[in-house]
Design a protein around this ligand. Structure first.
Ligand code: TYD
Length: 206
């Protein structure tokens, strides 16, 4: 039996963790076996690649190199964990996947979505069945994170980056209309979960 591959996407403060817990609970309560993960997923090779990406001494790293490293870490997680789980009939719920690369590297860092697709060519054969995009405008997401009402303490450059990320998500959503489901993430958590549940009900009942 083939499992179900679900990914969650969104900017900072979009409520992905709450949504992931709810999706996991949805399937567990219906007797499905689930696996919740995020890149690099605790796998050794993935962690080592990730530490190269995050190492503050690597100031020379180009966006193109960063793209390839994310792609390398991703393909390892796919082969080590995700594909075997899906082949076992498990519902795999992943916090961020290839769309994050399209948006963060492709759009926000200017590599270009086509180039990111090329860099991720191995993963393109394993696209998610459903991707939930939690749509929260950057100013709302950042306010949630800072717990403040005023944005004036956040530097403009970072706001500009988050705006590019947000616009990137809109662009990618347009490219993958059948796969990506937009959820209004600015509603209360209860309503977010309700919207997601309705989508899952439809998928499960076919
Ligand atoms: P993380 O601490 O997991 O943040 P979040 O809670 O927002 O998911 O860090 C993930 C960061 O890595 C996030 O800023 C997006 C970035 N990222 C990329 O730039 N490209 C990618 O392909 C992935 C998976 C993540």
């Amino acid at each position: 039996m083939k499992g179900l591959f679900i990914t969650l996407e969104g900017g900072e403060g979009s409520g992905k963790s709450t949504a992931i817990n709810a999706i996991n609970e949805y399937f567990v309560s219906r007797g499905y076996k689930t696996m919740v993960s995020r890149e690099p997923g605790g796998i050794k090779i993935g962690e080592e690649i990730r530490s190269v990406i995050l190492n503050k001494e690597n100031t020379m790293m180009t966006p193109e190199c960063e793209t390839l490293l994310y792609a390398a870490s991703r393909i390892q997680l796919l082969h080590e964990r995700i594909i075997p789980a899906l082949n076992d009939g498990v519902v795999v719920i992943l916090d961020r996947y290839i769309d994050s690369s399209f948006v963060y590297q492709g759009v926000a860092r200017g590599v270009g979505i086509k180039n990111v697709e090329r860099a991720n060519s191995f993963a393109l054969s394993y696209m998610p069945d459903i991707t939930f995009f939690l749509d929260v405008r950057p100013e709302v997401g950042l306010k949630r994170l800072s717990g403040r009402d005023k944005m004036d303490r956040l530097d403009l450059e970072s706001i500009d980056f988050h705006n590019r990320v947000y616009n990137g998500y809109l662009e990618v959503m347009d490219m993958y209309k059948d796969r990506i489901v937009r959820i209004n993430g600015e509603q209360s958590p209860e309503l977010v979960i309700k919207e997601i549940t309705e989508v899952l009900d439809k998928r499960i009942k076919g």
